[in-house]
Design a binder for this molecule. Structure first.
Ligand SMILES: [Zn+2]
Length: 108
């Protein structure tokens, strides 16, 4: 399943909005991509954790095609990531000793 990067306000996140991108890897189990962004519409900072297997750099392409209406509905039903979930994920990272192996910087 492909994920969509969206701000809490519903704005899609593109590569130009990304401030920080890290890669977390575990010896066992899935690795994660961590995205920190500033929304181009509401200017708020946000974070996303995505399983590496669900990550695709094309998610950030500006010319991404719009989702089909039924697909859109499906994503809306999945709900938004809450502050609590992000905090839980941070402690999950600590507990499972995920190692940050590299920082991705945008070339600008
Ligand atoms: Zn926003």
């Amino acid at each position: 399943m492909k994920v969509t990067l969206k701000c809490h306000c519903g704005q899609k996140i593109f590569s130009k909005d990304i401030m920080q991108r890290n890669f977390y890897v575990r010896q066992y189990g899935p690795s994660y991509v961590y995205i920190k962004y500033r929304c181009s519409r509401c200017k708020k900072l946000g974070e996303h954790f995505i399983k590496q297997e669900e990550w695709d750099d094309s998610l950030l392409r500006d010319n991404m095609t719009e989702l089909e209406p039924d697909e859109k509905l499906r994503f809306e039903k999945l709900g938004k990531i809450s502050e609590k979930e992000i905090k839980e994920f941070h402690s999950y990272l600590d507990r499972h000793s995920l190692r940050k192996i590299k920082d991705w910087k945008e070339d600008k």
